[in-house]
Design a binder for this molecule. Structure first.
Ligand SMILES: NC(=O)c1ccc[n+]([C@@H]2O[C@H](COP(=O)([O-])OP(=O)(O)OC[C@H]3O[C@@H](n4cnc5c(N)ncnc54)[C@H](O)[C@@H]3O)[C@@H](O)[C@H]2O)c1
Ligand SMILES: O=C(O)C[C@H](O)C(=O)O
Length: 353
């Protein structure tokens, strides 16, 4: 049997190994200490940065991206709490090397060399607010972060999550135009959560597995601008007028449903992280050269409209037309266009002030 002093010595040896006196959490890189470890180089794959990585979306998104086999390097940037999130995520035994970056001074370092930048930075809604009420704070945040992208990784694909998406994507486009590196294929507003919700709610009504359902959702990402095309659901099906009203209303107000249920504690974070990873993974498969990667996204060529796009090596390489719409959808489209035009103007004029 081991004596108490032998056991104590063993524990002391293990503790010394875990926390050698020269191990330090280095600022901007919490995953690699000064310990002389035989670190393996990063596996082949893509370099991804998450801006706003310590937030409600940022944390589960960082975790899910660390699990993505297409990611070799994962940079986590925020203005608060990145050391803790980075230390935590970096202990996961998956391939991606994780590095944390805290504060504005580290933005350029966090972005240098990135293939894909995902932006969930910014304040979320509270009950009673619209997404547009977030404009005042989030417009400035998105502008600053996009200026960093223009300086440090102008060829990266950008997935923009921060609300109001209908205005923040136009802000990003203007910043990139002013910097002379705008490529509409590479700037993608994330509307995947609308598709994820639409698939779920439609599957509930039809009594199907949501994984078998594909609902195109076009337009934008706020209220009536969210336009589910229920006439184009796969597998082909039909709905009663009551079902169409119920589904359209629930899909358009899915975000508000979560904001109210969270009662002041923010908006969708977990389903959003899931949707963001689903979309980011599609972008990475496109970058890798996979054929037939098609998703809905808010793109800037139409100008500014969410629609089905084919993702490839240079981003959104093909933008698909909306296809045949029924009368209900045509009326919805007119409403969506009116509101979208105002949100787009608001974003564009913000950057020209
Ligand atoms: N596109 C969508 O479908 C969708 C879905 C859900 C939420 N959202 C939006 O995503 C945004 C984030 O939501 P959340 O719940 O994660 O909010 P949150 O407040 O929990 O997290 C936001 C994070 O952004 C960080 N941040 C603030 N300013 C920053 C800056 N200048 N640089 C880097 N990071 C900064 C904060 O420190 C925080 O960690 C909100 O605007 C929300 O409305 C969009
Ligand atoms: O509704 C929100 O404010 C967050 C997000 O846009 C959502 O759709 O859940």
């Amino acid at each position: 049997m081991q004596s108490t002093s032998e056991a104590n010595q063993r524990i002391a040896r293990i503790a010394a190994h875990l926390h050698p006196p020269n191990f330090q959490m280095m600022e901007g890189n919490s995953s690699i200490g000064k310990m002389n470890c035989r670190a393996k180089g990063a596996a082949p794959g893509f370099k991804v940065a998450i801006l706003g990585a310590a937030g409600g979306i940022g944390q589960p998104l960082s975790m899910l991206m660390k699990m993505n086999p297409l990611v070799s390097v994962l940079h986590l940037y925020d203005v608060v709490n990145t050391p803790g999130v980075t230390a935590d995520i970096s202990h996961m035994d998956t391939g991606a090397v994780v590095r944390g970056f805290l504060g504005k001074d580290k933005l350029d370092e966090a972005l240098t060399g990135m293939d894909l930048v995902i932006i969930p930075a910014g304040v979320p809604r509270k009950p009673g607010m619209t997404r547009d009420d977030l404009f005042k704070i989030n417009a400035g945040i998105v502008k600053t972060l996009c200026e960093g992208i223009a300086r440090s990784c102008p060829r990266a694909i950008v997935n923009l999550i921060s609300n109001p998406v209908n205005s923040t994507v136009p802000i990003a486009a203007e910043v990139f135009k002013q910097a002379g590196m705008y490529d509409p294929k590479r700037l993608l507003g994330v509307t995947m959560l609308d598709v994820v919700r639409a698939n779920t709610f439609v599957a509930e009504v039809l009594g199907l597995d949501p994984r078998e359902v594909d609902v195109p959702v076009v337009g934008g990402h706020a209220g009536v601008t969210i336009l589910p095309l229920l006439s184009q659901v796969k597998p082909p099906c039909s709905f009663t007028p009551e079902e169409i009203n119920y589904l359209t209303d629930r899909i358009q107000n899915g975000g508000t449903e979560v904001v109210e249920a969270k009662a002041g504690a923010g908006s969708a974070t977990l389903s959003m992280a899931y949707a963001a990873v689903k979309f980011a993974d599609a972008c990475l498969r496109g970058l890798r050269g996979d054929a037939g990667v098609i998703e809905c996204s808010f793109v800037t060529e139409l100008p500014f409209f969410a629609t089905k796009v084919r993702l490839g090596r240079s981003g959104a390489e093909e933008i698909f037309p909306l296809g045949p719409l029924n009368e209900y959808e045509r009326a919805g489209l007119e409403k969506a266009k009116k509101e979208l035009a105002m949100s787009i103007d608001k974003g564009v004029s913000f950057t020209r002030k």
